[in-house]
Design a protein around this ligand. Structure first.
Ligand code: SF4
Length: 884
């Protein structure tokens, strides 16, 4: 406890934080220009000076910690005079017109509060104005050298783009390129813009559309990190987005997608009215016609072929409430368990492995554990590109001294910060992780106390894993045995150690088993159930965890309840028994359609044709169906080629609900603007079709909150997560009651967990003389999955399409120049695309993104799949490359 007196008022604080933080918590307004709560205190502008009794001179409140007995005065006359002097110096050369033009900027507000006028700016150095970046305007005539842009880029994003050029009075802040921002290493996160107190760095959208008049807090609709943000609107139009400073995951930071990629909302090709295809042509119809048409076709298929002739795909882009309704529709209205979502093509192996070994198919820990860990194992996850906020936090942790072990076939950005990078051959995670386990045992690095208490099968595991020496794995993985041992030692000895994994672990034939190997490592080293530990999948899409957890899974109901365990609670709630027939997953649905037994599909927010592997097979399957209902914002490739009905959906800015992020956190999605045209929220459309099929009473909801309350009534672990509580903050399940604080760390106690020996099974898709390269596919920072949203924003100028990344050595052999177009062939199809010569790629490997229909990369990918979950093996395709 710290007892102090502030402006004559005795006060008591629980922890010794800075005087400025204390003053801000009391709403005592002390000015500051160089301070930003997201970066270290700097004390340069000296506006936050205060008087502390007994101190020989005024102290800066941002850099001085509260100490017991302090007597603080914040606004005595001499201190105010000092502030005025400091501001006068800053204003002397500052162009007056900026203050008049942007009175709301922090610096300009202060000048107005102190009634100071500016100089004319004539004595300033010629300042750079730079319009090269699609989102950020730079006008350095407004720079007051507070260095907030420099510091936030260094300390939060870790990109270090802004540099000080020249010395003394000639010092200027410029991008690392020395020229334009566009040519620099900027990753467009906008943190510098957000920190700038004058508008020297400014969002172009604000300049063209005006300042927001209203801010609405909501959750980012891109990746599974779950950043919270404020969407700023003016005249019911989104004009800006800024990060929420108090968000537990993003902590006042966003990436380029969350911060800037919102213009898709206003894309010209957004579908605004329902449509039905007749004789090959789309025709706009009324909602009533579209709903009746859909209901009629579904009913006719049920009558003719039975309920299992139809499949429904929920959406990782839709809310928990909407996914709950999608699976309820499948089970209650259609009477089938043919319901799935895109978790099938990404992290179903994580859920399967974690559920089967630990009992819960979700991340064991929280993102807050990143900073608590001494070691971070990153396996098959390119976090700075795909989960940029988590990537930035991992980078900062490594810069701060945490040991980082990266397992990835590519030299990803985080590999530069790693103590150890295991650049393995694609598809060899299992032998590598087995060898790490074997090394840990061989070198006596196990946590035997933890193993005795929490693990079983230890003796048997030791015997079977002993064969996996680092040398044996090195042969298979193409990694030096010394590095494998080093990684094992780091993970086992630098405690606590946390593990994050991504699709480089799961999208393999041994995807589930790869995650099991990670659980083995956590068990051997006691890195489970404690702060800074655990096994944590980085989920790809904003609500993919939620979509599956709400029951968009053929084997599980809401809350991961197996179908076989559906009891009277469900029957009473839904008024019908839960169908007992085993359902089909997404891949099985396509196989059934190809056989002619699945006749209809409702794809909600899911471009199944573009994103499924081996797209020719998917095309054949979709072509054979009687009715394909597509619900989306845009006429996606599935709709364009195979759609029968198109139902225009609202995006996440246009509706209320909740998302669930990678760390089991349920967060509010709030309506920011009205949907355009006749677009409707997914939950309303599902209810309309259900009602048209005679299920009025089971699908009568007035709001997403009402749906959520129904979910809570059957999902025990989420029972305590109410909308009123979510108004204040997101909550992590399990949260069984309204007085429960939520659970940051799973498995702190519990039953013994069995170690699982996993034997290596190589992919059957091996390179050959005909197809000598191994293609790995993935996402990039600027684009997102099928590109539906990001390709309709200025992100398309930052990364205009799909590229094939090739090692310099291979490019030389094939006589290819950077950007040159090539034809790439696999066993299944071919595609043409430009190359990028990329030294981060090993010779013999290739990497390509799959964002555009022009390239249609998934035409090339294989039908191979994870042995447990059918998750496609997107990460290995044998291909050949030829110069065009
Ligand atoms: Fe959105 Fe993910 Fe970027 Fe956060 S890291 S802003 S959730 S895309």
């Amino acid at each position: 406890m710290v007892h102090v007196t502030i402006n004559g008022r005795p006060l008591c604080f629980e922890r010794p934080f800075s005087i400025l933080e204390a003053l801000r918590s009391l709403d005592i307004n002390v000015p500051s220009l160089c301070h930003d709560p997201r970066v270290k205190p700097y004390g340069a502008c000296r506006l936050c000076v205060i008087q502390v009794k007994g101190a020989p001179r005024p102290l800066t409140a941002c850099t001085t910690l509260l100490a017991d007995g302090m007597e603080i005065e914040t606004h005595p006359l001499e201190i105010e005079r000092l502030r005025r002097t400091m501001l006068t110096l800053l204003a002397r050369n500052y162009p007056e017109q900026h203050v008049a033009q942007w009175p709301e900027k922090e610096f300009h507000r202060l000048l107005n509060n102190y009634r100071l006028t500016c100089g004319n700016g004539r004595d300033r150095l010629p300042a750079a104005s730079d319009d090269s970046h699609p989102y950020i305007h730079i006008d350095m005539s407004r720079c007051i050298d507070c260095y907030r842009c420099v510091r936030i880029c260094d300390e939060v994003q870790g990109q270090c783009v802004w540099r000080l050029w020249n010395r003394g009075n000639s010092t200027q802040i410029r991008p690392d390129s020395g020229a334009t921002l566009r040519e620099s290493s900027c990753v467009s996160c906008g943190a510098c813009v957000d920190a700038c107190p004058t508008g020297a760095l400014e969002d172009k959208s604000l300049l063209s559309l005006g300042s927001p008049t209203r801010w609405t807090r909501t959750t980012c609709s891109y990746c599974g990190t779950g950043c919270e943000l404020y969407a700023g609107t003016r005249n019911d139009r989104i004009v800006s987005i800024k990060p929420a400073l108090d968000a537990p995951v993003s902590r006042g930071h966003l990436c380029v997608k969350g911060r800037y990629a919102f213009e898709f909302v206003y894309a010209r090709d957004r579908v605004l009215r329902p449509m039905i295809r007749t004789k090959g042509n789309w025709k706009e119809v009324t909602w009533d016609e579209a709903i009746q048409f859909t209901a009629h076709h579904f009913q006719r298929m049920i009558d003719r072929y039975g309920p299992d002739a139809i499949g429904v795909l929920g959406s990782a882009r839709a809310t928990n409430e909407e996914n709950y309704l999608a699976q309820k529709f499948a089970r209650v209205v259609l009477g089938t368990n043919n319901i799935d979502c895109c978790a099938r093509v990404c992290h179903a192996p994580s859920a399967a492995a974690l559920k089967s070994m630990l009992g819960t198919g979700a991340a064991t820990n929280s993102f807050a554990d990143i900073e608590k860990a001494q070691a971070i194992l990153l396996c098959g996850a390119n976090a700075t590109e795909n989960h940029p906020i988590i990537g930035a936090r991992i980078k900062q942790a490594a810069l701060g001294g945490a040991k980082l072990v990266v397992i990835d076939p590519r030299q990803i950005e985080l590999a530069q910060y790693a103590s150890c990078h295991l650049q393995l051959r694609p598809g060899t995670n299992v032998p590598l992780l087995n060898a790490m386990a074997s090394t840990i045992i061989e070198e006596g690095l196990c946590d035997t106390e933890f193993l005795d208490r929490r693990a079983s099968g230890w003796g048997q595991f030791c015997k079977s894993i002993a064969a996996w020496t680092a040398e044996r794995a090195a042969q298979i993985c193409g990694v030096n045995a010394r590095l494998i041992r080093m990684a094992a030692r780091l993970y086992a000895t630098q405690k606590p150690a946390i593990c994050f994994h991504g699709l480089g672990t799961t999208e393999h034939v041994q995807g589930t088993e790869g995650v099991m190997c990670l659980v083995n490592l956590a068990l051997l080293t006691g890195n489970l159930g404690k702060p800074g530990t655990g096994v944590n999948p980085l989920r790809g899409q904003n609500n993919v965890q939620g979509a599956a957890h709400m029951g968009c899974d053929p084997r599980y109901l809401t809350g991961s309840v197996p179908i076989a365990e559906a009891n009277d609670v469900w029957r009473n709630l839904w008024d019908v028994p839960v169908p007992s027939n085993p359902g089909l997953n997404l891949i099985e649905m396509m196989q059934a359609a190809d056989r002619g037994t699945l006749r209809g599909l409702w794809a909600i927010g899911y471009d199944v044709y573009l994103t499924n592997p081996n797209s020719q097979f998917t095309a054949n399957a979709l072509r054979k169906m009687d009715c394909v209902v597509v619900q989306d914002m845009f006429l996606n490739e599935t709709a364009r080629e195979f759609g029968t009905v198109f139902l225009p959906a609202a995006c996440s800015f246009e509706k209320d609900g909740t998302f669930m992020n990678s760390e089991r956190r349920v967060q509010r999605v709030r309506k920011v603007i009205e949907p355009p045209g006749q677009a409707k929220a997914d939950w309303q459309i599902i209810c309309d079709v259900a009602k048209a099929m005679g299920h009025e009473s089971q699908f009568c909801y007035s709001s997403p909150e009402e749906i959520w309350n129904e979910i809570r009534s059957v999902w025990k672990a989420g029972a305590g997560i109410s909308y009123p509580r979510l108004e204040k903050q997101g909550l992590q399940w399990p949260c069984p009651s309204e007085d429960h604080a939520g659970t940051e760390i799973l498995h702190a106690s519990g039953p013994q967990i069995a170690l699982r020996t996993v034997e290596y099974q190589p992919s059957c898709e091996a390179p050959s003389n005909q197809f000598p390269f191994t293609l790995v596919t993935g996402r990039t920072l600027y684009q997102f999955n099928a590109g539906t949203m990001t390709m309709r924003t200025e992100n398309a100028t930052l990364l205009p399409g799909d590229f094939l990344h090739i090692a310099p050595e291979d490019a030389r052999k094939l006589n290819l120049a950077d950007q040159e177009r090539v034809r790439m062939r696999s066993h299944y199809a071919q595609a043409t695309l430009p190359i990028r010569i990329d030294p981060s790629i090993e010779a013999g490997s290739l990497f390509a993104t799959f964002h555009t229909a022009e390239v249609f990369l998934n035409a090339l990918t294989t039908p191979n799949a994870d042995l447990y979950t059918n998750t496609p093996e997107y990460k290995i395709t044998a291909v050949q490359v030829e110069k065009l």
